[in-house]
Each structure stands twice: as structure tokens, then as C-alpha cells.
Design a protein around this ligand. Structure first.
Ligand SMILES: Nc1nc2c(c(=O)[nH]1)N[C@H]1C(S)=C(S)[C@@H](COP(=O)(O)OP(=O)(O)OC[C@H]3O[C@@H](n4cnc5c(=O)[nH]c(N)nc54)[C@H](O)[C@@H]3O)O[C@H]1N2
Ligand SMILES: Nc1nc2c(c(=O)[nH]1)N[C@H]1C(S)=C(S)[C@@H](COP(=O)(O)OP(=O)(O)OC[C@H]3O[C@@H](n4cnc5c(=O)[nH]c(N)nc54)[C@H](O)[C@@H]3O)O[C@H]1N2
Ligand code: SF4
Ligand SMILES: [Mo]
Length: 678
């Protein structure tokens, strides 16, 4: 038996395990004991992921839709059809008529080539990935405040914080190894825990201060906390003077956020807001951990900026165990952003609108880059298709027909597309709309790198040969590029990393050879003798001075009313992942959560005569679905649903209002009503 060390393909924690291989087949897995983050443990998803590798549903041959059903085809036929169709659409309508979505579950090497394929081969800048649905507001917000959109500190440092402020983050379910190995031990050792979440989550139950705020009121809460700190002299004047700019403007706006106003907007008692402010300001180093409860709002970027303001006000950034820590979602969503799978940025966050950056990439790739404008985020693609401007789409490993907001619109758009390619490991709801489905191999069958939430670039290692005729994403893109007349040939992912290293300074010192020793390198790692970087902004922010930017509270895009009296929020559960392509195929995980549910407070359930386990119809202005009632300690007037179930997709209900700065939808708030099902 041989053991192959590799990285978990689910969440951004980046746990490592050994795939155990016998006679060319994966038989099991064993967590790495030496890994600095998972230290011998895995959550229930990681511990069972080997069970999906050989699932009989795996896509193993290209499929072409003929007369409404999919027929097996050779790679040659599939490539010829795709190349002909994309060439024809480009010829007739220009590169702008094409779009590409890439998978943040795929490697950095796959993602680098995906955006290069879109920009250099298809000739379009309409290239995006699930970060748009996830941390687009983090990238926009933290770059404007600090100059870098990544987690400022390392996971391990959470263990050393004197205060942990979790806001809109449920790590016990979404980043379980961070919760188990770092947050819970820190709290046991005496760190103060503040949790702001409308749901009484597992960590909310252990919190010193629990803030069950009204969804979408985070800015009012944070502004009131900051105003109180300034009034009480709890801010860090030295840090503000030496390291930041814009304090006077911030202070002016904050002065209008009294505790009373914060309490009114958030629905929290003034006393709790005061206690949270004192606890955070008086227990330094304090670390803020946030996630989708902050980012997925039409004011998501403002929420993120507010958090950055709070950390700078108290000098809690640029030092050990402090900081602003957006926990990244997918295994490689940090990497997909680093690789420039965003219409705003080329690899390494060099602006698509910056002439010098464009020149460097045009020289390296030997092409003229497409225009920067119009900027079509994935969340805008559906309107573009419906308006007849976007005609062809290439989707690599995303299940947008379940995961985008307001699904009826997405479905209408997918039906209207002239040509859709879906490159996937498993057949998905999205693939049903495809003209061609290409079989991609899984993480166990390819080499490459994933970048975890703490900027740790880690080696993914091939343990077995690709199943059937499936191929790694990077190879498919190379072969298709050749068909479209662009020479994109690489022997291996190692060769792709060499190109990444040359073009992305923060990855400059990251070689496959170095990744073989130890457990990866944390960027920025500019040169081969650089050890990598544990925390950012030490003596200087990436942008120079940290920038305070005042933000005003604004209510959610859709508020409850008589017809739709409940606030519906959506999110995740421990045992399932994404839209469930992998986890719903693992028997133990599926048994634990086989069907959709809606969390209701007992007051609300009582009003509708609904008991635990009853079937409930959930209705919004956009659609309706059925789910089982779960009575929990969620804030009264609020309901929560997971979004992963294809047979009862919460995104039939969600609103597609976007944050105008970064294009993220308001997944975390819409108005809904419920009815018992007879
Ligand atoms: N098991 C599992 N783990 C995952 C994933 C998965 O699908 N399954 N997906 C991964 C991905 S892609 C991501 S992005 C992360 C996401 O990880 P998280 O963001 O931690 O997960 P969510 O459940 O989306 O939302 C977190 C919390 O925000 C709260 N919330 C809702 N509205 C508000 C609000 O207005 N204000 C505040 N303060 N809180 C609010 C919700 O009640 C919820 O408890 O998880 C990753 N890990
Ligand atoms: N209502 C609501 N909706 C949400 C959210 C929410 O909180 N509420 N959260 C949003 C967030 S944060 C996110 S990240 C999105 C997630 O949205 P998606 O990214 O669309 O969801 P996944 O189901 O994770 O899809 C990933 C797909 O990649 C495939 N895959 C895995 N590995 C590979 C590979 O190596 N190559 C290829 N080609 N394919 C691969 C898997 O089979 C899977 O089908 O959902 C968003 N939608
Ligand atoms: S915490 Fe995340 S990375 Fe670790 S085993 Fe679980 S899903 Fe995988
Ligand atoms: Mo995400």
C-alpha cells in the first residue's frame, strides 16, 4: 500500500490527509498528524471524501446533447463541436458574446489556465467564479481599506487571541476544524468570545456575549460600538495617528450612531452593544472572524469596510493574533481569486484597467487583451443572456442552477443560451442545460495546488489515474485552446506554476520543489529564499496607510411586510457541502441530512400552528418550495434554510438584488411567508 499526501477538496481550512492506495485504487484515507492546522483530525466531510471517488455516477465520457438527450461521444467529436461553436459565435458576435465560469474546487493551475483561456483564446473578459457569490465584498472592501483582500492573520493565531469576535460566521459547521482546533480551545483557555448571528449557533451558545441581531443590521451595530469606544476613550490613538488616514470623516459619521440608534436598528438591547464594545476594545489582541453573514448583502462591501474600521480603531491589525479574518469558503477560492478568475483583476490582483499590467500580460501571452468594460459579473450574466448579448457559456465545476439567487431567472437564461459547455466531475442540475458535458477528473486524479483561507499554498497530489476517459481541467483547456488556434501547451501543472510564479509576485518564491518540504507556503512569498508570511500589514499596510471609510446603515433590499412577514436567511449545514454533488453521494452524510428544512422560532411556529417535523410551504415574491419545520432558538421573525437541496432549492425564493460595488447577491435576507402543508 502506498500513501499519498494531499489536500481536502471541500472547505478553505485546507486540512491534509493521506489517500491510501492499493493496486492503483484508493482504499481509504488517514488524516495527517503533523499538519499544523488539522493535527490528526478531519471533519465528517473530509473523513469520508474518498467514498465519492468511485461513485457510479462519475462522468467518464464526453456527452453531446442530440434530440434532447445526451449521447456518449469521443473527445475528438466533443472538441470539434465546441471549437466550431465558439469560433462561430466569436466571429458573428465578438468575444464579448462568450463567458466562462471556473471552479474554485479546481487547482490554481486549472484556474490560471481558465482565465487565460477566456481572455487569450475566447477573447472575453466575462470570466468569474463562486467568489462573486461569497467573498466578492471582502475583496472589494479589504482592498480599499488595507490594500489586500485576504485573511490578515493565520488560523493558528486565533488560538492566541484574547478576544474572538465572530460576526456572520458559523465555523462549527462551515469551518469545523478551525472551530475545534483553535476557537474552542482559545475560549476554554479564557479568551472572550462575542458572537453576532441571528441564529443561536453552537459557538453562540458558548459565547460570553451573544448578539442575536436583526439580519442586515451589522453596520448599525458596528458603528454604535465604535462610537461608544471613541466616547469612552477605548480607541488606539497612536495607531490611528501613525498607521491610518480618514479618521476625522469616520468620526463625524459615527457620532450619529448612538447606542440607542444601534439598538433600534439591530433589535439588540443597548446594554449588549456596550458590553460587546468594551469586551472587544479591552481584550487585546482581538481577532475578528467573519463570513457570509457579513458579505452576502446588498451592502456587503460596506459591512466589510465597517469591520476593517473597527479593527483599525483599536489597533487590532498588523500584529500577532489580531486582525480581520474572512474565512474563505471553498478549498481553493482564495487561489481562484489570486489567479485572476475575476473580471476586475488579472492574476495577482493587477487591475484589468491598468495599462502597465495589461501590457505585461499581453507580452507574456502574445495576445491583445479584451476590454475591461463592460464588467459582466457572473451575477449579471443572466440579464446579459436574456438581453441577447451573451450567447455562449463555458462552466467549469459550478452548479449555478442551484446556487445563484432567484433561480427562475437563471433557468430562463440557461434555456436561452445558444451554446453551453459544462465541465464536471458529476452530472448536476446545471449540466442538464448543457449542449456538451466534458468529464473532469477529481482532485485524487491530478497534481496541482490549492490555496487555503490563510493564504497557504499546498500541494495536491495525484494518487490514481483519471477514471474512465476523464481528464484534468488544465489538460482539457490546453487541448481545446489548440483546436481554437492558440498554442497553450504545458507538459504538467509544474510548468503552469512556473508561469504563475513569473507573473504573480506574491507567488514568486513558491516552487513545487519547496512545496514538497513541509505543509505549503503562505503568500506573500516573493522569492525562493523567502519563508512565506504569517500575518499581513505588520509595519505598513499593503496600500501604505490603512484607510478609514465611513459607512451608513441601510436596510435590506426587501423588508418584511404584512404579506411576507418573515425575514428568510440561508446558509449551510455541517454534513453537506455546496449543492451536494459530492456529499449527497456519501451515504453517512446523506443519511444525516437527507432533506430540506426551515428553522423557525417557537413563537413564529406557534402562530402558524406548525410543529417540529411538519411540512411547510415557504413562499417569497419569486417562488415557493416545501421543507420540514425545525423549531430552534433563531431570532423571532427570522427563518433559516440551507440552499443545497435540488428538490427544494432555497434559491427559488432568494432575491437577486446585488451589491452595486461588487455584484454579490443578498442571499442573507429576503421576505417570505409560510403555510402549513395540509
Ligand atoms: N459544511 C459545509 N461547510 C462549508 C460549506 C458548505 O457548503 N458546507 N461551504 C463553504 C463555503 S463556499 C463558504 S462561503 C463558507 C461559509 O461559511 P459561513 O458564512 O460561516 O456559513 P453560512 O451558513 O452561509 O452563514 C454564516 C452565518 O451567518 C448568519 N447570518 C445570516 N444573516 C446574517 C446577518 O445579517 N448578520 C450576521 N452577523 N449574521 C448573519 C447565519 O445565521 C449563519 O449562521 O462555508 C464553507 N464551508
Ligand atoms: N441561498 C444561498 N445561495 C448560495 C449561498 C448562500 O449562502 N445562500 N452561498 C453561495 C456561495 S458562498 C457559494 S461558494 C456558492 C457555491 O456554488 P457552486 O460553486 O455552484 O456550488 P458547488 O455545489 O460547490 O459546485 C461545485 C461543483 O464543482 C464540481 N467539481 C469539484 N471538483 C472539480 C474539479 O476539479 N473540476 C471540475 N470541473 N469540477 C469540479 C463539483 O462536482 C460541484 O458540482 O453558492 C452560493 N449560493
Ligand atoms: S474542515 Fe474543511 S478542509 Fe478540513 S476536513 Fe472538513 S471540509 Fe475538509
Ligand atoms: Mo462560498
Amino acid at each position: 500500500m502506498k500513501e499519498v499526501l494531499t489536500v481536502c477538496p471541500y472547505c478553505g481550512v485546507g486540512c491534509n490527509f493521506y489517500l491510501q492506495v492499493e493496486n492503483g485504487k484508493v482504499k481509504g484515507l488517514r488524516p495527517s498528524k503533523e499538519h499544523p492546522i488539522n493535527r490528526g483530525s478531519l471533519c465528517p466531510k473530509g473523513a469520508t471524501v474518498h467514498q465519492v471517488i468511485y461513485h457510479p455516477d462519475r462522468l467518464t465520457k464526453p456527452l453531446i446533447k442530440k434530440g434532447g438527450s445526451f449521447k456518449e461521444a469521443s473527445w475528438d467529436e466533443a472538441y470539434s463541436l465546441i471549437a466550431a461553436k465558439f469560433a462561430e459565435l466569436k466571429e458573428r458576435y465578438g468575444g464579448k458574446s462568450l463567458g466562462l465560469l471556473s471552479s474554485s474546487m479546481a487547482t490554481n493551475e486549472d484556474n490560471y489556465l481558465a482565465q487565460k483561456f477566456a481572455r487569450a483564446v475566447l477573447g472575453t473578459n466575462t470570466v468569474d467564479q463562486c467568489a462573486r457569490l461569497c467573498h466578492a465584498s471582502t475583496v472589494a472592501g479589504l482592498i480599499s481599506s488595507f490594500g489586500s483582500g485576504a485573511m490578515t492573520n493565520s488560523i493558528e493565531e486565533l488560538g492566541g487571541a484574547k478576544c474572538l469576535f465572530l460576526i456572520g460566521s458559523n465555523p462549527a459547521e462551515a469551518h469545523p476544524i478551525i472551530a475545534n482546533n483553535f476557537i474552542k480551545p482559545a475560549v476554554r483557555a479564557g479568551a472572550k468570545l462575542i458572537v453576532a448571528d441571528p441564529r443561536r449557533t453552537e459557538l453562540a451558545k458558548r459565547a460570553d456575549i451573544y448578539l442575536p441581531l436583526r439580519p442586515g443590521s451589522d453596520i448599525a451595530l458596528l458603528n454604535a460600538m465604535m462610537n461608544y469606544m471613541i466616547a469612552e476613550g477605548l480607541h488606539d490613538e497612536g495607531f490611528i495617528r501613525d498607521r491610518t488616514e480618514g479618521f476625522a470623516e469616520l468620526r463625524e459619521v459615527l457620532s450619529r450612531y448612538t447606542l440607542e440608534r444601534g439598538a433600534e436598528a439591530s433589535g439588540l438591547p443597548e446594554e449588549l452593544i456596550r458590553a460587546a464594545a468594551e469586551t472587544y476594545a479591552k481584550n487585546s489582541p482581538a481577532s475578528i472572524v467573519y463570513c457570509m453573514g457579513i458579505t452576502q448583502h446588498h451592502i456587503g462591501t460596506g459591512n466589510v469596510i465597517s469591520i476593517a474600521n473597527l479593527a483599525m480603531l483599536t489597533g487590532n491589525v498588523g500584529k500577532e493574533a489580531s486582525g480581520v479574518n474572512p474565512l474563505r469558503g471553498k478549498n481553493n477560492v482564495q487561489g481562484a481569486c489570486d489567479m485572476g478568475v475575476l473580471p476586475e483583476f488579472l492574476p495577482g490582483y493587477r487591475s484589468m484597467g491598468d495599462g502597465a499590467a495589461r501590457g505585461a500580460f499581453e507580452a507574456a501571452w502574445g495576445v491583445k487583451l479584451p476590454d475591461y468594460e463592460p464588467m459582466i459579473w457572473c451575477t449579471r450574466m443572466w440579464d446579459e443572456i436574456l438581453a441577447g448579448r451573451l450567447k455562449g457559456l463555458y462552466i467549469i465545476g459550478e452548479n449555478i442552477a442551484i446556487t445563484e439567487a432567484n433561480l427562475s431567472k437563471v433557468e430562463r437564461a440557461l434555456e436561452m443560451l445558444e451554446f453551453l459547455v459544462v465541465q464536471e466531475v458529476f452530472p448536476t442540475r446545471t449540466a442538464e442545460f448543457a449542449d456538451v458535458i466534458l468529464p473532469a477528473c477529481s482532485f485524487a486524479e491530478k497534481d496541482g495546488t490549492f490555496t487555503s483561507t490563510e493564504r497557504r499554498v499546498q500541494k495536491v497530489r495525484k494518487a490514481i489515474e483519471p477514471l474512465g476517459e476523464s481528464k484534468p481541467d488544465w489538460l482539457i483547456l490546453c487541448e481545446l485552446a489548440q483546436r481554437l488556434g492558440y498554442p497553450m501547451a504545458y507538459d504538467s501543472p509544474a510548468e503552469i506554476m512556473e508561469e504563475i510564479r513569473r507573473l504573480v509576485p506574491t507567488y514568486g518564491g513558491i516552487t513545487y520543489k519547496r512545496l514538497e518540504e513541509g505543509f505549503g507556503l503562505q503568500w506573500p512569498c516573493p522569492s525562493e529564499d523567502h519563508p512565506g508570511t504569517k500575518f499581513l500589514h505588520k509595519d505598513r499596510f499593503t496600500r501604505g496607510l490603512g484607510r478609514f471609510q465611513p459607512v451608513e446603515h441601510r436596510p435590506p433590499a426587501e423588508e418584511p411586510d404584512e404579506e411576507y412577514p418573515l425575514v428568510l436567511t440561508t446558509g449551510r449545514i455541517l454534513m453537506q457541502y455546496g449543492a451536494g454533488s459530492f456529499t449527497r453521494r456519501v451515504p453517512a452524510l446523506e443519511r444525516a441530512n437527507p432533506e430540506n428544512f426551515i428553522e423557525l422560532n417557537s413563537e413564529d411556529a406557534g402562530r402558524y400552528h406548525i410543529k417540529e417535523g411538519d411540512k411547510v410551504r415557504v413562499i417569497s415574491r419569486r417562488g415557493e418550495i416545501i421543507a420540514k419545520a425545525r423549531i430552534t432558538e433563531i431570532r423571532p421573525g427570522t427563518a433559516f434554510m440551507p440552499f443545497l437541496y435540488q428538490e427544494s432549492p432555497a434559491n427559488r425564493l432568494t432575491i437577486d438584488t446585488l451589491d452595486p460595488i461588487c455584484g454579490i447577491p443578498e442571499f442573507k435576507v429576503c421576505a417570505a411567508r409560510i403555510e402549513p402543508v395540509g
